[in-house]
Every structure is written in structure tokens, then in C-alpha cells.
Ligand binder design. Sequence first.
Ligand code: ZN
Length: 165
Amino acid sequence: MINLISAEEMAEFRAFIAPTVTATSDGKEKLLVTCGGAIRCPRCQGTSRRTKLQCGAPALKTSKTQKCKFHGGASTGPKTAEGRQRISASLLVHGHETNKIRAERQLKTLELRQLEDILVLTGGVKRKAGAKPSGYKQINTISEAYEYIRVTENLPTGSLGDAGD
Ligand SMILES: [Zn+2]
């Protein structure tokens, strides 16, 4: 049998992995030491209501108060309006749906409805029933139709015919 490290090295290693802080002023252990000192991690600062002793679980890495998930260590979610907006924008996924896909679809539906208005105006089709997308403004006259096309196609003023053409 060959010793991989000497006794001095082993003592040094144990000193390295041993907890440096044992207890806080309120008598609670800051560190959880297990597996003979091989594992050291922040210990939950909660107290068991049953045993009145400090919780023996490791604290969650994300916990600001160094608590486990049973003692309120989990995040309670974004609080600011920007934070909530950011999470909402990045996380919404339902099946194939995301906020981005929905926004693109809404724009395309809006365009389709406006083009339908123009077709209705020129006598091509009957207007379909149903809710209109947000941002929808019904086109009732030829000049409004020209204005819509001019704006959406980024054409300069006066490039299309006048009202009553
Ligand atoms: Zn706990």
C-alpha cells in the first residue's frame, strides 16, 4: 500500500477543508460540513419549528438570506416593472407560442385586415366578422387607402393619386 500524500500534507488538507467559521453570534452554524469534511457548503439559517434546532439542510445557492427551499430561500420572483417585463419577454413559451411569435402574427393580421378593408372599398370582397387586432383603424375612403399604402410602403407624399381618383 502506497500513501499518496504524507501525514503533513493530510493535516494541511484537513485544515484547509475544515470550517473556519463555526457559529454566528446567534449560535447558528454558517457552514454545513459533511462527508468527513470533504463537503463544505452554506448551511440553512432557518430553525425547525418542531425541534427548535437549526435546519440541517444546505442553503440554496441563490438564497440571499442563506436558507433552504423549505425555510424561504427560494426566489419570490421579479419585483420591479422592468424585471417582470424582462422575465415575461424571455420566458413565455407555450407549445410553439412565444411573445415574439405572437407579436409578429398580430402585425401580419393587422396588415391582412387593412388590406381587406381596401378590397371591401374597391368592391372585391365582403368584410369578415370578428375581433380586429390592436392598432386596427378601419379604412373607409380611397384617400385613407392611399395614405395607408403610402405609409406602409414608405412612399413619399404625393406619389399616389389624390382622393376621388
Ligand atoms: Zn432550512
